[in-house]
Write a protein that binds this ligand. Structure first.
Ligand code: ZN
Ligand code: ZN
Length: 350
């Protein structure tokens, strides 16, 4: 066991503050990692503030982790000391169910073990995430960071990146497809980059006219202001694929109407009931598909890092010190970040 520095929330009312945690002694398949960078995801805020009523306090958030290997267990061959590696949203799963055997650990029948606020399958301790200077993770859940990638701006690929990449790949988005990305936050801005790299013609849907210039700057070919009914009606039956990153309830009907027949609308940001009600006729009459998607498995998480290295894709990030984390949360709640905060973990060691 090793005692390491971290930042934790002690209750839903208390801000994140310094807190010492224990990291386990290496198991045979474990990789020990000194954390250099950790991206800040909206899920971190939901857990720190117990928005979903399932937080075990104290909680150390963070599941977009990049760091260097400092030690490996005796059975580890895929990673060695000094390697630059990443850890995303999962640190374990049952490894034996059909999903796990297909490399879709996020769909594990027994539930994957989350990087933080999960329960370790062996010692039943609660997992602590990446707002920390060190972590110990089983090798199956550690990915390699290609040398070509800038490590700091690569960290959000481990959640925001894989979340948007996976459905584009699963539904076979290809050159010439018309793809719409709904919402332009941490997820949306990555969705645009991936869809462009896959050869699609990309449109950003934004609620506000004031964001049109920024959307174009992000590389979108077109922008539709979704609050303008005329623009939405003009887009009827034009999109093959819609990537919906909006994290709050919103009317899906006008978007479904924008799909071609056989078009696909994928939800990645919403867990609540769909409101207002969905008109099933909009799906049935045009054989359209409405579905959801959750992060991606470990092989695909490696694939997204390799894809980004190959296509020169990085996230747009704003670096912060760990001491600024509570201010960063406040800014994220107002949508005031372009597009992901990343913590420089040197600040925790200082
Ligand atoms: Zn996340
Ligand atoms: Zn499983």
């Amino acid at each position: 066991m090793a005692t390491v520095n971290a930042y934790a929330a002690q209750s839903e009312k208390s801000p994140l503050a310094p807190y010492d945690i224990e990291r386990r002694a290496l198991r045979p398949d474990d990789v020990a990692i000194d954390i250099d960078y950790c991206g800040v995801c909206h899920t971190d805020i939901h857990f720190a503030e117990n928005d979903w009523g399932m937080t075990e306090f104290p909680v150390v958030p963070g599941h977009e982790i990049i760091g260097r290997v400092t030690a490996v267990g005796e059975k580890v061959s895929a990673h060695k000391v000094g390697d630059l590696v990443g850890v995303g949203c999962m640190v374990d799963s049952c490894r034996g169910c059909p999903a796990c055997e297909s490399g879709l650990e996020q769909m594990c029948k027994e539930g994957f073990v989350a990087t933080y606020n999960g329960e370790d399958r062996h010692d039943h301790s609660i997992t602590f995430g990446g707002y920390s200077d060190h972590i110990v993770v089983s090798d199956r859940f550690v990915v390699k960071v290609p040398a070509k990638l800038d490590p700091a701006s690569a960290s959000p690929l481990l959640c925001a990146g894989i979340t948007t990449y996976s459905p584009l790949k699963h539904y076979g988005v290809k050159p010439g497809d018309k793809v719409g990305v709904i919402g332009m936050g941490g997820l949306g801005h990555m969705g645009v980059k991936f869809a462009k790299a896959l050869g699609a013609e990309v449109t950003i849907f934004t609620r506000s006219e004031s964001k049109v210039a920024e959307a174009k700057k992000q590389g979108a070919d077109h922008v539709i202001v979704s609050t303008d009914d005329k623009q939405m009606e003009a887009a009827a039956e034009t999109f093959n694929f819609l990537l919906d990153t909006v994290p709050v309830q919103h009317d899906l009907n006008p978007y479904i109407n924008c799909l071609t027949f056989d078009g696909v609308h994928i939800i990645v940001g919403l867990l609540d009931p769909v409101e207002p009600a969905l008109q099933a006729g909009g799906l049935v009459m045009r054989r359209r598909v409405l579905a959801g998607s959750l992060i991606g498995g470990m092989p695909e998480t490696q694939e997204v890092l390799d894809f980004c290295a190959e296509h020169d894709i990085t996230c747009d990030v704003e670096m912060i010190d760990i001491q600024d984390i509570n201010t960063a949360y406040q800014r994220m709640k107002k949508g005031d970040v372009k597009y992901r905060f990343v913590i420089d973990m040197k600040s925790l060691r200082a």
